[in-house]
Design a protein around this ligand. Structure first.
Ligand SMILES: *[C@@H]1O[C@H](CO)[C@@H](O)[C@H](O)[C@H]1NC(C)=O
Ligand SMILES: *[C@@H]1O[C@H](CO)[C@@H](O)[C@H](O)[C@H]1NC(C)=O
Ligand SMILES: *[C@@H]1O[C@H](CO)[C@@H](O)[C@H](O)[C@H]1NC(C)=O
Ligand SMILES: *[C@@H]1O[C@H](CO)[C@@H](O)[C@H](O)[C@H]1NC(C)=O
Ligand SMILES: *[C@@H]1O[C@H](CO)[C@@H](O)[C@H](O)[C@H]1NC(C)=O
Ligand SMILES: *[C@@H]1O[C@H](CO)[C@@H](O)[C@H](O)[C@H]1NC(C)=O
Length: 574
């Protein structure tokens, strides 16, 4: 993996930002600095809560982590402990600590601080203090500009992350049908579980072979035949029902990016809250299994400690409508995806056999990354309407060659991200939980200062810039709409429609009901829809499908009750 990508991914486990977006460059220490500030912020607050030293708190935090992270964390502690003991003085803020040890620095005349500055405080590096320079040699201090992944202990965690993010295809898939019997690592959290991983013709969405008398070729749990007349159940219950699957081609919104508030709120850190960390990490910090598009389960007891709300999804509703559609979902969404990366790599991980599989409903939903980036000169780096048209058309041409006849494709417009700032600006971010001293407005500007924001345009105190970002988003939505009106008739294998982005509608309805919008937004990143928001999005999109394009979702299967009576949970999901 190339170095820039590695750097991006490494910082993510602790801070996450670059994963959503990708950091164009690091300024003032960039994501390394942010990781340090967040970590030191949690350590410092924990020290206050437990009336103990920073070293003891860091050890406490290491002990909260699951085994595979505990040991690397302890090695990091062994390295950083002596440094902290030598250079930290009472009352140093997390920002000052991270500057002193060299992971943050001040350049371009800009000083970036996550926590409020104390009166007359100056952020400086150890090299600026002659007393510390001598100690630095002895202590093996990080050189200025060192990456967080260069540090002992952290390096091992970075290596683990690199493995996971190597590509976006199932890690375990013997027959190459891109469906897996394994859960994480792009397995069935993402795409319907494979019920036979040694037979390529057997996977969710396959047309039955010989009526599935013997083999359940589409893994929907329906197989066998009537004892008396020898009629296959698939033929009886499904053949006339026009089964179909759903695939989402999207970004972190569709993948359902979620970082638990409980990991960033110093008053909530605990062993129990970190227990699901390996599972969450192996799903790229995404929760496709609970997402608006392809969610198929409610959070388990363990997971529900760190994610709140039940699941509703387009997939679940398609299955309720026609139980023959069981397990036929594919979440082809990648954090940070935009129109160009969809064409370059992401769309190619979709799997559908044009003759062997049922048709597909494809939702193309790139909600904001085409206008979101971390550049100080953010507008210059947004996708242009011309490019949006070009890339969307390339994806459609790819789909035309790869999905079965009778499919449906929806190009979804972009969201208006101004709701984020408008609704979060004066609220407290979890990282400021102990003293209520970090607002989202400040948090956003801190990211901008380090040039690592997932969306400089919308996550910004400058209203003019937020408005300009929305203007471009609307232009890109119009470009998609134009692609649909000018080319819809030219595709043989699918019908093509445009739908408005549902997120603003969801938030407006919520507010009209007298409820605050922040209840639908992710508290840690201040950028995504949360679990409740996902369920609302599913409902709104489904209602629109039902109203405007009922043929896309098909008719209700009159045999649903028989299928349930005979096949129960249809083999389940897990
Ligand atoms: C904190 O610990 C110190 C000794 O380690 C003790 O003197 C002090 O009273 C403690 N403070 C509180 C509030 O418990
Ligand atoms: C999830 O929980 C909700 C509310 O308890 C329930 O209505 C729904 O059926 C559950 N969904 C699944 C997929 O289990
Ligand atoms: C696609 O399905 C057909 C049956 O319709 C089958 O003959 C073919 O081998 C399948 N292709 C792949 C790549 O599995
Ligand atoms: C932090 O956690 C506490 C205890 O659960 C909660 O009351 C508080 O609202 C949380 N703070 C933030 C900013 O999320
Ligand atoms: C931004 O847009 C809003 C809504 O269109 C408008 O009311 C406001 O005046 C604009 N602000 C600036 C600074 O352009
Ligand atoms: C706000 O953003 C606009 C557009 O990028 C820029 O022209 C303006 O100078 C900015 N205002 C401030 C106060 O930085």
């Amino acid at each position: 993996m190339e170095d820039s990508k590695r750097k991006i991914l490494c910082s993510v486990l602790l801070v996450f930002i670059c994963l959503i977006q990708g950091c164009h460059s690091d300024s003032n220490g960039g994501s390394t600095c942010a990781t340090c500030d967040v970590l030191m912020g949690l350590v410092e607050q924990t020290a206050v809560i437990h009336n103990e030293t920073l070293i003891n708190s860091l050890e406490r935090l290491c002990n909260y982590l699951p085994d595979q992270f505990k040991n690397p964390c302890m090695r990091f502690l062994e390295y950083i402990g002596p440094i902290l003991i030598e250079i930290i003085e009472d009352g140093d803020t997390p920002d000052l600590i991270c500057h002193k040890i060299g992971l943050c620095y001040t350049e371009k005349g800009r000083q970036c601080n996550l926590f409020p500055m104390k009166k007359n405080q100056r952020l400086y590096h150890y090299t600026e203090d002659p007393r510390l320079v001598k100690k630095a040699k002895r202590l093996d201090m990080p050189r200025i500009g060192a990456g967080i992944c260069d540090l002992p202990g952290i390096k091992e965690i970075c290596d683990w992350i690199n493995l996971i993010f190597s590509d976006h295809e199932p890690a375990i898939d013997l027959d190459g049908d891109k469906h897996s019997p394994y859960e994480t690592l792009r397995g069935y959290s993402w795409r319907g579980k494979d019920c036979d991983d040694e037979r390529r013709s057997t996977h969710p969405g396959a047309r039955p072979i010989d009526g599935d008398r013997e083999v359940d070729s589409n893994c929907n749990g329906i197989k066998g035949h009537t004892p008396a007349s020898n009629v296959p159940y698939e033929n009886m219950f499904c053949a006339q029902s026009q089964p179909r699957g759903i695939a989402v081609l999207g970004d972190s919104i569709s993948a359902h990016f979620h970082l638990p508030r409980e990991w960033f709120n110093s008053t909530e850190l605990s062993v129990a809250n970190f227990e699901p960390l390996p599972f969450i990490g192996e799903n790229e910090l995404d929760w496709p299994e609970l997402s608006y598009g392809t969610g198929f389960m409610n959070a388990t007891e363990e997971l529900s400690k760190v994610i709140h709300g039940h699941t509703d999804s387009l997939y679940l509703r398609l299955w309720q409508r026609n139980r023959c559609n069981f397990r036929d979902y594919q979440n082809i969404a990648v954090n940070g995806a935009r129109a160009s990366s969809m064409v370059d790599t992401i769309e190619k991980s979709l799997y559908r056999n044009m003759t062997g599989d049922y048709p597909l409903i494809v939702i193309y939903a790139l909600v904001g990354n085409d206008v979101c980036n971390g550049h100080p000169d953010t507008i210059a780096h947004m996708t242009t309407p011309q490019d949006m048209k070009k890339y969307a058309t390339m994806t459609l041409q790819y789909l035309e060659k790869n999905i079965p006849a009778g499919s449906y494709v929806f190009l979804t417009g972009l969201a208006d991200g101004r709701v984020l700032y408008d609704n979060l600006k004066s609220r407290i971010h979890p990282i400021g939980s102990l003293r209520n001293d970090v607002t989202y407005a400040h948090f956003y500007d801190y990211f901008n200062c380090l040039e690592i924001s997932p969306c400089t345009g919308w996550m910004n105190t400058n209203e003019t810039l937020r408005n300009l970002t929305t203007k471009r988003a609307m232009e890109l939505s119009a470009a998609l709409q134009e692609v649909v009106t000018t080319t819809a008739g030219s595709y043989k294998n699918f019908k093509l429609y445009y739908n408005e982005n549902p997120i603003n509608k969801v938030i407006n309805e919520w507010m009209a009901a007298g409820k605050p919008a922040y209840e639908l937004l992710e508290p840690v990143d201040g950028f995504h829809a949360n679990q409740r928001g996902n369920a609302e999005v599913a409902r709104v999109v489904w209602e629109e499908l039902l109203q405007k394009w009922p043929e896309a979702i098909g008719k209700e299967n009159p045999f649903n009750d028989e299928i349930r009576d005979m096949f129960g949970d249809q083999g389940g999901y897990r």
